[in-house]
Design a protein around this ligand. Sequence first.
Ligand code: DX5
Ligand code: ZN
Length: 229
Amino acid sequence: MSFDRSIKIAPSILSADFANFGQEIQAIEAEGCDWVHVDVMDGHFVPNLTFGPPLVKAIRPHIKTVMDVHLMISPVDQYLEAYAEAGADVITSHLEAGPHIHRTLQATRALGAKAGLALNPATRAEEAEYLLDMVDLICVMTVNPGFGGQKFIHSQIDKVKKLRAMIGDRPIHIEIDGGITPETAPLMAAAGADVLVAGSAVFKGGSVQNPAPYGENIRAIRAAATAAQ
Ligand code: DX5
Ligand code: ZN
């Protein structure tokens, strides 16, 4: 994975057909997505429950781009190795998921994955200050984690601006997760984000049999964000 700040669209397979992940992934990649975002939920840190390591490992061969694994689980440390072995390129853990995020990030890099730090909407940007030299990505949640299809939280624009200033020249991606559409994407691109996760806004109107809308949706988000960057 090389580093750059161009806009990257990362569809969340939380909005895909759960009976057909392989073909859904092939369809979004053929339609031009940059990364594939995999939302792991434990029914404890967040109310919803999704994918364990065997599922993530099973879909890995279908992903030719970047497998971006977002762990919404607590505790997290004892599962890092399984998700790294499943083939995650990026493993993102929540600052709020345990008392030792510093250790979690260290362990993630030691496993050979890029280390991501996710911040819930109520968490201050400053919490990331002493972690900047050990992260490859900061994920700003623009909804409460747990479900797709929620409304974008506008207060997070200011947080992204603060993080962008704190990051300076460091090779750290700013990823936005939740409620991204062609309307909200430019707000975040202008504030300094480069990775845009989108579930419902990418998958709406399309299917494996009719994947063209995936491409239209991806291009609409990318065009709006790139123009604002
Ligand atoms: C929410 C997840 C998101 C979600 C985004 O907890 O982390 O990745 O799938 O879905 P949309 O784009 O529909 O808000
Ligand atoms: Zn996510």
